[in-house]
Design a protein around this ligand. Structure first.
Ligand code: SF4
Length: 352
């Protein structure tokens, strides 16, 4: 039996039961693919269900306010995906009259849709025999064909794509693509692949050469960057209401367009004296009262490690010279804003 047939037989018995596998609606498949990029299935599934429940069609998503989408996305990270999702929905509404494109050629033109996503959607919804190469597929093919080149280069990607193109079945390419992905996720896993009784072991060149544990090869791992964030929670009592200040991030950086507390980024987390000094630089007419510093938080992103602390400062007066981007909001209104998971975690565990 060929690799392809064995894979599909394995898949029919072992495939993951996922909500988006019950449909061939390109809108839903696309939603699932964008949500699942860089996300664990367990985490992404609830987001997928939330989105399909809230938006019955791509047009509904297109006309939704961006803030709403960012709020719904909160906690998933990689927020550019959410902005691209919205932009692509508007593209479909405006350029395709709300009809979701299904061919690879059209899908690849959508914002945020790359080679892998276009291939996955086109093969599942349009029966197009285009291989979808994600991290799982790269690993499985690298092992099956004993490919020892750096897996992260474009050259190796093309090699793997060409091999997958030869393996893919024209009868049911969507099933083939999903079978290969599930095989990588469940059996040919990054650590401790289940090689004993593997249905593909007799084809597996890495198994024969003893290279399974060494493959795939990845050089040039980008070094993680360490950052230190001091968030200022400037609290103000006005009558019976409690307020604090937030602002929207706009720089080309992580968390673009999400909201946060005023931030001092430093070489290390700052102590009380330094914090007071920095505060008076930002708002010279502020009179700081009681100050409390949270525990330290460590937040991991793909290329960055963030150490953060939250400093609550009760203001004795309402400063007039605040930076123009700052917004004063009643504390309980924070739930209306899209905020990074780190801040959400702090608010839930230590603040409210
Ligand atoms: S034998 Fe091991 S390395 Fe080879 S395909 Fe099967 S699980 Fe992967």
């Amino acid at each position: 039996m060929s690799i392809t047939k064995k894979l599909i037989t394995w898949y029919s018995k072992n495939k993951r039961d996922l909500p988006w596998r019950e449909t061939t609606d390109p809108f839903k498949i696309w939603l699932s693919e964008i949500i699942m990029q860089q996300t664990r299935i367990e985490q992404g599934t609830s987001y997928y269900l939330k989105f399909v429940d809230e938006f019955a069609s791509v047009e509904e998503l297109a006309i939704a306010p961006e803030d709403k989408i960012m709020r719904m996305w909160q906690g998933l990270g990689y927020y550019s995906r959410a902005r691209n999702l919205h932009a692509a929905a508007r593209q479909i509404k405006n350029q395709y009259e709300g009809q979701f494109p299904v061919s690879y050629k059209e899908l690849i033109k959508l914002k945020g849709v790359g080679d892998y996503t276009a291939a996955a959607i086109a093969s599942i919804t349009n029966n197009e025999a285009v291989p979808a190469v994600d991290g799982n597929v790269k690993r499985v093919i690298a092992r099956l064909f004993d490919i020892r080149d750096d897996i992260s280069t474009a050259k190796t990607y093309n090699t793997i794509k060409n091999i997958s193109a030869q393996l893919i079945t024209k009868d049911d390419p969507g099933t083939f693509n999903q079978a290969l992905m599930d095989f990588g996720a469940l059996r040919c896993t990054p650590k401790n692949p289940k090689c004993t009784d593997c249905p593909l072991s007799e084809h597996c060149l890495a198994m024969q050469s003893g290279m399974v544990q060494e493959l795939p090869v990845k050089y040039n791992r980008t070094k993680k960057k360490y950052r230190y964030f001091n968030f200022l929670i400037l609290e103000l009592k006005n009558g019976k209401q409690d307020f604090f200040y937030i602002l929207q991030r706009t720089e080309k950086d992580i968390w673009n367009r999400l909201f946060q507390f005023p931030l001092i980024e430093s070489e290390q987390l700052l102590k009380e004296n330094a914090l007071i000094k920095e505060l008076s630089k930002r708002i010279p007419d502020a009179e700081a009262g009681e100050l409390t510093i949270s525990r330290q938080y460590k937040h991991l992103l793909s290329h960055q490690i963030i150490f953060a602390q939250f400093i609550r400062i009760r203001l004795k007066n309402e400063p007039q010279k605040i930076p123009s981007q700052w917004i004063k909001i009643p504390k309980h209104k924070i739930v209306d804003y899209g905020i990074p998971r780190l801040i959400d975690q702090y608010l839930k565990t230590e603040y409210f």
